[in-house]
Design a protein around this ligand. Structure first.
Ligand SMILES: [Zn+2]
Length: 389
């Protein structure tokens, strides 16, 4: 919190103040001036504007050492809302969050392409006033090169016309990172990363308060970081991608290779879906089945090698593990990743790397989508071009 980022009020000052108030939880105007280097009059003007717009509010006073009470300010949660839709293979996860990233509504429905209708049903079911909804973000997994995928640019254009609201699109792992950044109140000064485990393995990064997107909104393909140059072939065209060793698919395949474990967990049942089979293995692993534990722990070991390379490349200070892949056995992954980073992270003599587990791993991409909308509305300037188009 000590670094002075700017000394003049400019277009980024407003986003800076919102971000600092968000991560500080409560703060005074004097502290804001200290942290930002902006003048007291600039802070007063910006804070007055943000209070008038319902983005922040005063929450009483704290004692000051000089005897004059300081008024504290905080983000106002329930004045405005962002909506996020996460398109899964068979479902749409619909989430509404308030300005702090707190979830105010969630629904999972069968996959539909009628997203405008879904938006109307979801928001009216929650009784959210239309004029308090800042927009919608739709997120989906990134396909392999050449694989068919929803045309998110077309989805965005259609939906913004039908809804008359801002519509953003993003890949699911990047959205999840922004959601964790926003709702965990991570400071914009932390180099923050998020690992998203689902059918694939993705990552997202937030630097200086902004999601890092790369040249084509494709940053964070952690699953295709090779951990073995001559290893298992991957549909992406490379070999030894960590996704071939640590994804839900790879875990189910490894467990099926152990006949007694496979029989015990019913993995041979042709009706069992990938996620149901994976969850059966993860559940058995955390309940002390040694064979199931060995399968998950091995996957976590492979993942931790890839995460260490990622942390070294970017000098990250804090990472969160999220996604449906860590919903049940996240503690096994967190322990492995923590151990590996403590022993081998290049930065370990200078700073530790905090490793945390998401509080809502299954909904993280939908929450992140909704948080993208909130950030674009109240701390603009971090989403140049609004999103990929
Ligand atoms: Zn690959």
């Amino acid at each position: 919190m000590a670094r002075r980022e700017t000394s003049v009020a400019g277009p980024g000052s407003r986003a800076l103040i919102v971000d600092i108030v968000r991560s500080a939880v409560t703060i005074s105007r004097v502290e804001l001036a200290d942290v930002t280097g902006l003048t007291q009059p600039s802070i007063s003007n910006l804070v007055r504007e943000l209070i008038a717009e319902g983005i922040i509010h005063e929450i009483g006073s704290a004692d000051s050492i000089r005897g004059k009470p300081r008024k504290l300010i905080a983000i106002t949660p329930a004045t405005r809302f962002g909506i996020g839709f996460h398109l899964g293979p068979d479902t749409v996860t619909c989430v509404a969050v308030d300005l702090t990233g707190g979830v105010v509504g969630r629904e999972v429905v069968p996959r539909t392409d009628a997203l405008a209708t879904r938006f109307a049903e979801f928001t009216s079911g929650l009784d959210l006033p239309r004029d308090r909804i800042e927009g919608l973000a739709v997120v989906a997994p990134t396909p392999y090169p050449g694989e068919p995928a929803p045309d998110l640019a077309a989805v965005r254009a259609d939906l913004s016309e039908q809804l008359g609201l801002p519509v953003l699109v993003e890949n699911d792992a990047a959205a999840a990172a922004l959601g964790e950044f926003w709702s965990r109140r991570v400071s914009r000064e932390q180099a923050f990363g998020c690992i998203y485990l689902a059918t694939g393995i993705g990552a997202g990064f937030v630097f200086g308060g902004a999601l890092f997107r790369g040249a084509s909104f494709d940053a964070g393909e952690l699953g295709h970081l090779s951990i073995h140059y001559d290893g298992r072939p991957c549909p992406c065209g490379n070999r030894g991608c960590v996704e071939r060793y640590a994804s839900m698919d790879a875990i189910v395949a490894a467990a099926r290779g152990n006949p007694s474990l496979s029989a015990r967990l019913g993995l041979g049942d042709p009706a069992a879906t990938l996620s149901r089979s994976h969850d059966a293995i993860a559940r058995a692993a955390v309940h002390g089945d040694p064979a199931a534990f060995a399968v998950i722990d091995e996957a976590a070991g492979y993942l931790s090698a890839a995460v260490t390379s990622m942390v070294n490349l970017l000098d990250l200070g804090r990472v969160v593990l999220t996604g449906p892949g860590v919903a049940l056995a996240g503690s096994i992954y967190a322990r492995r990743v923590r151990d590996q980073l403590e022993r081998t992270a290049h930065s370990r003599q200078r700073h530790g790397v905090t490793v945390e587990l998401s509080a809502q791993p299954r909904d993280a991409a939908g929450i992140g989508a909704a948080a993208l909308v909130v950030q674009a509305a109240v701390a603009p300037g971090h989403t140049p071009g609004a999103s990929r188009s």
